[in-house]
Each structure stands twice: as C-alpha cells, then as structure tokens.
Design a protein around this ligand. Structure first.
Ligand SMILES: Nc1ncnc2c1ncn2[C@@H]1O[C@H](COP(=O)(O)OP(=O)(O)OP(=O)(O)O)[C@@H](O)[C@H]1O
Length: 313
C-alpha cells in the first residue's frame, strides 16, 4: 500500500516546535501548527512574516533547522507523503512550448490518481486556452493554470502561495469559486494572501503569522474578536483629548469625523460622557479582519523592537 491516508480526525500535516534559519535570519521561531482535514486555512501575515517558509517546509522543499514537520504522518521529503499533496508556489515555471492541455497531462502523469480534468478545466476557466502554448499566455492565464495544476493529482491537501496575485477582480472571483468547489469535493486548502478580503471570502480558519511566530489561530470571528477592539465613530473637534481617554488604542481623523479603536465601547462611551468633551453622531461597530490584522501584527512588531536594540548594542 503506497498511498498515504491518515485516520479520520488526525491532522493532514503538522509543524511541531519548528524553527528555520536562513543564515542570521530566524524566519520561523518555534511554530506549532496542525492542519486538520476539511477546512480552508488562510495564512495571513506581512511581508517576510514566514508564510512561504511554512509552505516550503510542508511540501518538502526545505527542512526545519529544529522541530518536526509531518505530512500525512510522514516526512514531507518522502515521495509517498507528497502523492496526495498539491501546491502552487509564489512563482512557477511552465515549459513555454507545451500547450496547456499537454501541461495538464504531463503533471497528471506524476500521480497515481488524477482528478477528472474536464471539470477542472471548466472550473478554472481554462477551456478557451487549452490549445495555447504556455509561452503565449497572459500573466493572469498562467497564474490560473498554475493554481489548477495543484489540483490535477486529486490532492487531499493543497498549499497555495498567493494564488490570486496579479489577477483582475473577475479572474480572482472565478478562482475563488473554483477553490470553493474543490474544497466541497474534499480538498483541504492552505492559502496565503495579502488580500485580506480574500482570506475573509475563503477561509474558515485563519492563522496570523508575524516575525516568524504564530500570533493568532482561530475562526475568522475569533481572530477578529482576538484583537478585542471595537470602533466608535463620532464627530468632534476634540479628537486629541478624547484619544487620551482610557482604553483608546488608536484613532483616525477625517476633519472632525473621528474613529476611535477601543477595548470596550461601553467603558469608552461612559468615559466620553463623563469627560464633558463635545461630540455628536455616535456609531459603534466591531472590528474587521483588516483591523484585527493590523492590531495583531503591530503588537508583534513592537514586541520584537527591544531585541533589535539588544543586537545593536
Ligand atoms: N532563501 C532564503 N535565504 C535567506 N533568507 C530567506 C530565504 N527565504 C526566506 N528568507 C527570509 O525569511 C523570512 C521569511 O520569509 P518568507 O518568504 O517565508 O516570508 P513571507 O511571509 O512569505 O513573505 P511575503 O509575504 O513577502 O512572501 C524573511 O526575512 C526572508 O527574507
């Protein structure tokens, strides 16, 4: 038996206390992460956070400096483990003179089981370009093909590094639909993205990475709640003084229209009234994923600053 099928409920892949160095750069610092079957997991983090490094450890392109990485219960460098893995790295090379249909067949030939390619071609919008040589494809068409290729081998787990970078809005939405259909058919998908709305649209679980560490891991709602912030918008000429009230994390002004990010809107509103400072038109809302992201990664960046100072000293 050469295929690698984990028991139901066991993780498809895991990183356990994983660190990875590139020379002096600590790209990952004691990362522990489990990828359970069935979800679309969004990996979110600023440039250089370590997202691509995580994917490269899971797909066996790199090994950890310390800690343990497992793919279907085996080492990712074991070809048996990779039989049910599909991936699209950030940059992919395609043989220029092969036609799209030939590339799909070529990739399929590397797998024991393949997906039914007619529906794959339809879903990823490849039908009109099947006969084209890949050298003649536009950037967006190449990207769609590169992502579709990750699904050719009927994978249980798919790792996509910024799959929609360079795609226009319509192509991005087509790709999201294709990914959702593949997920409905049973693929577990890990996707990195700089587009927060992409993670919001696709992911059921979000892992926020910053400075090589996992900063938060939970459902979309949990991550947004984790930032623990609410937005209170008012009109006031006293933004600076109000910003000094307890529990205000930050504020943004557009003339006299000011939004305050606060830890507890009830406490803030009580303090605001007690302060007797002038305001009108109050509106209270929860945070968005983008705001949670800025708060979480901003806090991580602040936490790493003293160590930069130590290095310089
Ligand atoms: N081959 C390498 N050699 C040296 N440093 C590297 C190498 N690959 C990654 N790094 C460093 O490791 C850190 C994490 O990089 P990584 O590519 O994983 O981040 P990322 O979150 O995917 O960033 P981006 O969103 O910009 O793609 C960065 O500081 C990066 O410069």
């Amino acid at each position: 038996m050469t295929t690698s099928t984990p028991r139901a409920g066991t993780p498809l892949a895991r990183l356990d206390g994983v660190s990875r160095r590139f020379g002096d750069t600590l790209a990952l610092d004691d990362v522990t992460l489990e990828i359970a079957p069935g979800c679309i997991l969004g990996l979110l983090g600023p440039n250089g956070a370590g997202k691509s490094t995580i994917l490269s450890l899971l797909d066996g392109r790199r090994r950890p400096t310390s800690g343990r990485v497992e793919l279907f219960g085996r080492s990712p460098s074991d070809p048996v483990a990779r039989q049910r893995l599909g991936c699209t790295p950030q940059e992919t090379g395609l043989p220029d003179t092969l036609r799209v249909s030939e590339v799909i067949d070529f990739v399929g030939a590397h797998f024991e089981q393949t997906t039914e390619t007619t529906s794959l071609v339809e879903e990823f919008g490849l039908a009109p370009i099947l006969k084209k040589q890949t050298g003649a494809l536009s950037g967006g068409q190449r990207r769609r093909l590169a992502v579709a290729l990750a699904f050719v081998g009927n994978p249980r787990l798919v790792l996509l590094d910024e799959p929609t970078t360079g795609l226009d809005v319509e192509a991005r939405h087509t790709l999201w639909d294709a990914l959702r259909r593949q997920h409905d058919r049973g693929a577990t998908i890990v996707v990195t993205s700089h587009y927060l709305e992409e993670i919001e649209a696709l992911a059921e679980r979000v892992v926020v990475v910053g400075a090589g560490r996992v900063l938060a891991d939970g459902t979309l709602a949990e991550i947004i709640g984790r930032a623990g912030l609410q937005r209170v918008s008012i009109t006031t000429s006293e933004a600076q003084r109000i910003a000094r009230l307890p529990g205000v994390v930050r504020h943004e002004r557009d003339g006299d229209d000011v939004t305050f990010w606060v830890r507890d809107s009830d406490v803030f509103v009580r303090e605001l009234i007690r302060s007797d400072l002038p305001f009108r038109g109050i509106a209270v809302r929860g945070a968005t994923l983008e705001e949670a992201f800025v708060t979480l990664t901003g806090a991580a960046e602040a936490a790493t600053r003293p160590s930069t100072g130590r290095t310089a000293a």
